[in-house]
Design a protein around this ligand. Structure first.
Ligand code: NI
Length: 176
């Protein structure tokens, strides 16, 4: 397994629309394993392929505290949704930024597993938030796209500043 590099906002590659997965082969299995390791080691609860610069429709998620309930969704579609909830969201591609986003409370999802078999699931609460957030990545949308242009610009500036400080600190220290 290998840890993959996660693209960060405002990287234009995050706006790419992913294509359906067609081959359920060893390469796909390796990608799912690498994405899972990347998500767990970054302490994320979800990761879409778009975030690791692979533009295919697949995502992994695990909202359990024990990190033992991995969900793999290939070619996911939302069949129906109901209700409404607001959740404070963050994203591995927008580090250190959190904002409240309105999402459906319940969703019915249809997807394929690594063998290409179709399954359906009903998700609610945080689980529903997570899959809606990850599916947005697959169409090139980030949670900050729901914010006003002014707030999105503030996010961009905050991240630029964070990167500058990190780069400066790295220059001033020995990293062994
Ligand atoms: Ni995200």
């Amino acid at each position: 397994m290998a840890k993959l590099n996660i693209l960060e906002f405002p990287d234009p590659r995050l706006k790419t629309v992913a294509k359906p997965v067609e081959s359920f082969d060893a390469e796909l299995k390796k990608l799912v394993e690498d994405m899972t390791e990347t998500m767990y080691s970054a302490n994320g609860i979800g990761l879409a392929a778009t975030q690791v610069n692979v533009h295919k429709r697949l995502l992994v998620l695990d909202i359990s505290e024990e990190r033992e309930q991995l969900g793999v969704y290939i070619n996911p579609q939302i069949l129906s949704e109901s209700g409404e909830q607001n959740c404070e969201e963050g994203c591995l591609s927008v580090p250190g930024v959190y904002a409240s986003v309105k999402r459906a409370e319940n969703v019915t999802v249809k997807a394929q597993d690594m063998g290409g078999n179709f399954f359906e699931e009903q998700l609610e609460g945080l689980h529903a938030v997570c899959i809606q957030h990850e599916m947005d990545h697959l169409i090139g949308r980030l949670f900050v796209d729901y914010l006003s242009p002014l707030r999105r610009n503030m996010v961009r500036k905050k991240l630029e500043k964070q990167r500058k400080v990190a780069a400066q600190e790295a220059e001033e220290h020995l990293i062994l």
